[in-house]
Design a protein around this ligand. Structure first.
Ligand code: DX5
Ligand code: ZN
Length: 229
């Protein structure tokens, strides 16, 4: 049974003056990806708890909150408490053991995610990740939408898939950054199961069609990888 790919449109590329409408346009997706940036961990600033709470109230699909912020220990549980399905913190931003954040997130009823920037090695976190539900592998430097996919990160996706397939880890492997119709197949073949896409979805005339096209491509690539492997 091949993995069913999940598509998570990133609201970062939406029209922020019409958030409720923009959320409704991607109702066919699996998760709604919300990028929280604090102008410290990354150079950009987006939105925080009050706005995410308003999005949660109108979203027909579960929220996937990607926290690109310092002191995630302090803020992450708030996103779980407001009802987000998955809350991801950056490994590089945690000052203590990331497992403490994972426990808090799970206790608040969310899935716990750990994100790694392109230059961060997976091997330093393989034990820690046993207490996480999602591993977000950044395929661009975090901070901005619309950047080019970094294919050099694919070996890390492959390694993560191997750790899951061999039973060492039990988590979703999510890729974020530069995912579009040109790149999604490589990411799916490497082993990703959740695909964040910002500009590829919100930059399309018809976001629902863009989501369907990405899902079809990812499913075919996962099936090919399954028969090849
Ligand atoms: C970048 C964000 C991404 C971004 C993806 O730091 O984490 O989620 O919105 O945008 P695209 O798909 O345009 O690269
Ligand atoms: Zn993101």
């Amino acid at each position: 049974m091949p993995r069913a790919p999940m598509i998570a449109p990133s609201l970062l590329s939406a029209d922020f003056s019409r958030l409720a409408d923009e959320v409704a346009r991607v109702a066919d997706a699996d998760w709604l990806h919300v990028d929280v940036m604090d102008a410290h961990f990354v150079p950009n600033l987006t939105l925080g708890l009050p706005v995410v709470e308003a999005i949660q109230a109108v979203s027909p699909i579960p929220l996937d909150c990607h926290l690109m912020i310092e002191a995630p220990e302090r803020w992450a549980p708030g996103y779980a408490e407001l009802g987000a399905r998955n809350v991801t913190v950056h490994a590089e931003a945690c000052t203590g053991d990331p497992r403490a954040v994972a426990r808090d997130l799970r206790a608040a009823g969310a899935l716990a995610g750990l994100a790694v920037k392109p230059g961060t090695a997976l091997e330093d976190y393989t034990e820690v990740l046993r207490e996480f539900d999602t591993l977000l592998v950044m395929t661009v430097e975090p901070g901005f939408g619309g950047q080019a996919f970094m294919a050099e990160v694919l070996p890390k996706v492959r390694r993560a898939r191997e750790l899951v397939d061999t039973g060492h880890l039990q988590l979703f492997v999510e890729v974020d950054g530069g995912i579009n119709t040109d790149t999604i197949e490589q990411a799916a073949e490497a082993g990703a199961d959740v695909f964040v896409a910002g500009s590829a979805v919100y930059g399309a005339d018809d976001p629902a069609r863009a989501i369907a096209a990405l899902r079809t491509q990812a499913s075919a690539a996962v099936a090919r990888a399954g028969t090849a492997g």
